[in-house]
Design a protein around this ligand. Structure first.
Ligand code: TXA
Ligand code: MG
Length: 344
């Protein structure tokens, strides 16, 4: 696969031009954003968009986020922004906030999964912005991982996920070093009477509410996969390692006892340790899960972070990576349950 290194702060304009040409010719560009790496295609190119779904193995019912350079370009996909959207754009763009708004006719069905709304954001990354500018129009970019798997925060992660699925003669991977934020954008739906949080992410709910007032949200909302079309992006099996993982809502001593009991039963289990401070945990979350997964253990155990700020986004990803499995004690019943899970 062709990988081109590019400075994350002051990207070489020639690299952006090259990436813009790749997009113009129907190719895909894996590019850095401040959140995670994305797999970009021109919104105007239906065939390239279809390849994004094919390469990721993503169901056609799960719509893509459109990435634009600024509010003006956003208007090409959503028309005039309502007041609430303009206020949010002023506060948080460029940045990790995605707005769901009614779409214009310029947005093809493949991007929105046929729905009446489109998700749009201005990424806060010089490389992403330069590439979109050179593409001459909006680009759609999901995270550059296989569907349901751990999102990539480095170009090496992108290659581990997609190298064998990309076309070296048409596509390009840009390497600008690690994504600094480490969790995806916050997705907020502005199409209803009240704003609604669809995915916690890089902009904290508290900060959204400081601008918008109350934002509807559901703790640990999970929809059956069959219901994806009416609730895009809320699949439970997301961000998941291949090693079974459980979320332990218990103190350290209980978790250590649990892991020891599992070892006594012959399981190679370990805890996944993240910094307690969410601002420090988010940037290493996905790399830490990837490394733990690569050890080929029988079971991974992780504890949630305090829920404020980025903690909400990190905990959401951990809950989904755990497929919603939670343990709260180290009882014999819990140990039995986890032994069965690891052996299944
Ligand atoms: O930080 C991010 O948002 C990254 C970077 C690359 O920008 N992108 C990303 O894309 O996370 P993806 O495709 O992995 O996640 C997009 C989420 C999905 O949960 C999708 O269902 C939801 O946004 N989404 C997209 N369009 C939507 C729409 N019209 N209505 C509701 N949800 C939508
Ligand atoms: Mg994703």
């Amino acid at each position: 696969m062709t990988v081109v290194a590019v400075d994350p702060v002051a990207p070489d304009p020639a690299v952006a031009v090259r990436a813009g040409r790749v997009l113009g010719a129907g190719g895909l560009v894996a590019l850095p954003t401040e959140t995670v790496y994305g797999l970009a295609a021109a919104v105007s190119d239906g065939e390239a968009l279809a390849r994004v779904f094919a390469v990721k193995g993503r169901p056609a019912t799960d719509p893509l986020i459109v990435h634009v350079t600024d509010v003006d370009q956003a208007r090409s996909v959503v028309g005039d922004l309502p007041d609430r959207a303009r206020a949010l754009a002023r506060h948080f763009w460029p940045g990790p906030l995605t707005l769901v708004l009614p779409r214009t006719a310029a947005v093809p069905d493949v991007v929105t999964a046929g729905g009446p709304t489109v998700a749009v954001r201005v990424p806060a990354h010089p490389v992403a912005l330069a590439v979109i500018a050179e593409a001459g129009g909006p680009v759609a970019a999901p995270s550059a991982n296989r569907f349901g798997r751990i999102s990539p925060t480095t170009a090496a992660h992108v290659l581990a996920e997609l190298a064998d699925r990309l076309d070296p003669s048409r596509d390009l991977v840009l390497d600008a070093g690690p994504a600094l934020l480490g969790v995806e954008s916050t997705v907020v739906d502005l199409t209803g009477a009240r704003p609604r949080l669809l995915r916690p992410g890089g902009v904290a709910l508290e900060d959204l509410e400081a601008v918008l007032g109350p934002v509807d949200h559901t703790e640990r909302e999970v929809r059956p996969e069959a219901d994806a079309a009416s609730a895009p992006g809320r699949f439970l099996r997301h961000y998941a390692p291949t090693t079974p993982l459980v979320l332990a809502e218990a103190d350290r001593a209980t978790v250590d006892r649990l892991v020891a009991e599992l070892a006594d039963r012959g399981l190679r289990a370990r805890t996944v340790d993240l910094p307690a401070d969410a601002d420090r945990a988010a940037p290493v979350l996905y790399a830490t899960l990837r490394e733990a997964d690569a050890e080929g253990r029988d079971l991974l155990v992780v504890t949630p972070l305090p829920p404020g700020g980025l903690g909400r986004a990190v905990n959401d990803r951990l809950f989904r990576a755990a497929h919603g499995r939670i343990v709260t004690d180290a009882s014999a019943a819990t140990v039995d349950r986890l032994v069965a899970l690891a052996r299944s």
